[in-house]
Structures are given as structure tokens and as C-alpha cells.
Design a protein around this ligand. Structure first.
Ligand SMILES: NC(=O)c1ccc[n+]([C@@H]2O[C@H](COP(=O)([O-])OP(=O)(O)OC[C@H]3O[C@@H](n4cnc5c(N)ncnc54)[C@H](O)[C@@H]3O)[C@@H](O)[C@H]2O)c1
Length: 385
């Protein structure tokens, strides 16, 4: 990457998005960070978080002001879910690179609109899926690259998180109430889609349980939980499970990748299972379990943003000494990796690792899965865009 090149990035939506603002501000290839939120309190918090980079940070009044400013190269959208697609299209049509929080959209038509906008603009799109930059997946990715799985035989993903109360049940977050569980499936599905290295072709899904009638009215979705089977173009299959409403569950985001030689078992206390064959007799001659403490892969990042991989790293004076031992920051240290991938993809003039085609396939699979559930488990073909 050209070390001297710098870009200007606007951050729209500063609740969850506020956490990304200081990372952009610290990134050596970002010269200016523009903050936008309708809520002045969110702006105040983001200004506090970026206080060490005041010379780089500006506040704009509106999203429209950002679109009009030709000096802004890229926009990261972190507003509520229903507006994602429309804001993404506006950003791309304004000739700017676009990063957007998950999910890409909540209908197939709107996914198509974003994909078409990315193609006609020639600008980068990136869905900011945290799971594929968490320490666990960076470890699994290493196993994939080294061919340690042998042949991948099956995969399972889980995202269980009851989103009915507390922080989720606020006025601005109304869109969670009654949302079809499979419309927010990317945390469980993305690692499997990346590991498969193949398009999702078809899905079947069952819905399960019952929930409050008021919630059902919001999206016409009667199901608090949904479970889908996925078929990839290369023949692999996977099962992906989501509980979202009125379920007594601990938050779980995990996945298992079962190979012929090794299996990555995030769900089972971070184990890697390895079996040894006598290839001539096709017989198992040994089995070994490793418990993995997923390493912090700060080495993949510029030094200026490595501190954001650990809890409290932004404010710590001795963060360098803590990188290998301190607990990882929110979403297992993934945020600086996402920022770095988005910025690098722009400067290197290449697609992002979660580009419009990959994002569309993952998001559309979830939308098709809910359609399947509403039709008694009918097989749904996931469209190409
Ligand atoms: N692990 C993950 O990847 C992860 C985790 C949490 C949230 N998210 C996603 O991040 C997004 C944001 O989540 P959140 O919990 O912060 O949402 P939120 O609804 O609490 O906050 C959205 C913020 O955007 C602001 N906003 C909305 N529209 C605006 C506009 N037009 N102009 C200026 N400001 C505007 C609001 O004032 C608010 O501060 C959601 O889409 C969610 O799906 C992803």
C-alpha cells in the first residue's frame, strides 16, 4: 500500500459507529474524519473518543452535507437497519466508497439496488461484518490457508441473542422488534460462506415458537427462532441457527467447521479436533484435541491502530506491552481490522474482502431463508445479482 496516500472518511451514525471513529482518526492513511449524527449526545461522545486526534476530526450537520462534499472519499454508515440500503446507494451514487454495518439490506430488491449502485459507481462497497475479523476466524482462516482441514465436510453456525429488552428495546432501535431472525444472520453465516469459498445456491428453513402479537405485526413474522440448511454451489451443506426473540439464551455467536483431517470447534470451548488416518486402510489411528487461545493478530495492522484490539488500549500508556495478554476489545478485536481492510482496499484499488457480491449472497440467503420458513420449509434458490 502507498504509505503516503491519505483519504477522508465520514462516519454516519455514532452509537455503535462511535467506536469506529477513533480508529479511523488514528489510521495513518486517514487524514480527516467527519462525524455525523442527528443526536448531539452521540456527537459529544464521539468527539471525546477522538480527543487525541482533534486536528483530524470535523462535525458536519447532515448526511446530505457529506454527500455534497467532493473532498470526502469514503463513508461508513452505522445507522439503523431499515435505512442501510438507501444510504449505501446515495453514497455510491455520490461517487464515494461505502462501508455499511450489517445487514446490507432487508429485501432482495434493495440488495439489488446496492449491488447495481456499486457497479455503476465503480467505488468500493464493504459490509462491515465483525465476525470474519474476530480472533477466532483469523485463526480459522490460517488453518484454511494451510490446508489443515483436509476436505471440509460440513459446517454449523449459531447466533443466539435475545433482542427484546434493555439496550435493544429503545425508541431508535424499534426495528429489532419482531424482525425475522434470518434477516440478521450474517454473524453466523459469513464465516461459513468464507470458509466454503463458494456461493450459497439454495436454502430451506423452518421457523419455530410463538411470540407477542404486537411484535408479529411489525414485519408479519410469527417466529422468534429460525433454523436453516444451506447448500453451496460446490456441494457443501451447512446448518445455521438463529434465536432472536423471547428465548432464554445466553448470547452465542459461534461456528464449527468439520474437516476430514481437522475440525475447528468454536462452539466446543475453542477446540481443534484432529484425527489421524492410516490412509492405506482408511482407518482412524488416533484422535487429538487442542484447546486454542486465539492469538491477537495485531501484527496484521499498522502500529497506530494496534492498541484498539485490546480493552482499554485506546487510553493505556503501556498498550504495547499488553497486546498479547489483555482481553480483546469489543467483538474480539475485530473493529481495527475492519477499518484497515476498508481503507486499504480503497488505497490499493481493489475490492474489499466483504465486497458487494459476497455481502449480497450472505444477506440474500438469510432473506430467502425467512421466505422458506413462511412457506413451510420450501426450497428457495438464492438469486444472483
Ligand atoms: N457486530 C456487529 O456487526 C454489530 C453490532 C451492533 C450493531 N450493528 C449494526 O450497527 C448499526 C447501528 O447500530 P446501533 O445499535 O448503533 O443503532 P442505533 O439505532 O442505536 O443508532 C443509530 C445512530 O444513527 C443515527 N442516525 C440515524 N439516521 C441518521 C441520519 N440520517 N443522519 C444522522 N444520524 C443518523 C441515530 O441518531 C443514532 O445515533 C445497526 O445497523 C446494527 O445492525 C452491528
Amino acid at each position: 500500500m502507498n504509505q503516503s496516500k491519505q483519504i477522508s472518511v465520514a462516519m454516519i451514525g455514532l452509537a455503535f459507529g462511535g467506536l469506529f471513529a477513533p480508529i479511523y482518526a488514528a489510521h495513518p492513511n486517514v487524514e480527516r474524519v467527519i462525524l455525523v449524527d442527528r443526536d448531539p449526545e452521540r456527537i459529544e461522545t464521539a468527539l471525546y473518543l477522538t480527543r487525541n486526534f482533534r486536528h483530524k476530526v470535523e462535525v458536519y450537520n447532515s448526511f446530505e452535507d457529506v454527500l455534497r462534499d467532493r473532498s470526502i472519499d469514503a463513508v461508513h454508515i452505522c445507522t439503523g437497519i431499515p435505512g442501510h440500503w438507501e444510504m449505501s446507494v446515495s453514497v455510491l451514487d455520490a461517487g464515494k466508497h461505502c462501508a455499511c454495518a450489517v445487514p446490507m439490506a432487508i429485501s432482495l430488491e434493495d440488495i439489488r439496488r446496492v449491488v447495481e449502485a456499486a457497479r455503476r459507481s465503480g467505488k468500493n462497497y464493504m459490509m462491515m461484518e465483525t465476525e470474519i475479523y474476530e480472533a477466532a476466524f483469523l485463526y480459522a482462516r490460517g488453518m484454511l490457508e494451510r490446508g489443515e482441514f483436509g476436505r471440509i465436510q460440513f459446517m454449523r453456525g449459531i447466533h443466539h441473542q435475545c433482542m427484546d429488552f434493555g439496550d435493544w428495546n429503545t425508541q431508535t432501535r424499534h426495528y429489532w422488534r419482531g424482525m425475522p431472525p434470518m434477516w440478521y444472520i450474517s454473524h453466523a453465516l459469513s464465516p461459513l460462506r468464507v470458509a466454503a469459498g463458494s456461493r450459497i445456491r439454495e436454502v430451506v428453513c423452518f421457523g419455530s415458537g410463538t411470540m407477542d402479537e404486537e411484535k408479529v405485526k411489525n414485519y408479519g413474522n410469527p417466529y422468534p427462532a429460525e433454523d436453516m440448511l444451506v447448500r453451496f454451489e460446490n456441494g457443501l451443506a451447512a446448518e445455521v441457527s438463529r434465536m432472536m426473540h423471547e428465548c432464554s439464551v445466553k448470547q452465542t455467536e459461534s461456528y464449527n467447521i468439520y474437516g476430514s483431517k481437522k475440525s475447528f470447534m468454536y462452539e466446543y470451548r475453542h477446540e481443534v479436533w484432529e484425527q489421524f488416518y492410516d490412509e492405506t486402510k482408511y482407518d482412524r489411528v488416533g484422535f487429538h484435541t487442542d484447546v486454542i487461545d486465539y492469538p491477537n493478530r495485531y501484527d496484521l495492522l499498522p502500529e497506530e491502530i494496534q492498541r484498539f484490539t485490546i480493552e482499554g488500549g485506546a487510553d493505556s500508556e503501556n498498550w504495547k506491552e499488553l497486546l498479547d495478554t489483555a482481553p480483546l476489545s469489543m467483538h474480539s478485536g475485530s473493529h481495527p481490522h475492519l477499518v484497515h481492510e476498508f481503507v486499504s482496499s480503497i488505497l490499493e484499488n481493489r475490492k474489499s474482502a466483504m465486497d458487494e457480491d459476497l455481502s449480497a449472497n450472505i444477506t440474500a440467503a438469510g432473506i430467502c431463508a425467512h421466505t422458506s420458513a413462511m412457506n413451510g420449509g420450501r426450497l428457495e434458490t438464492v438469486p444472483e445479482f
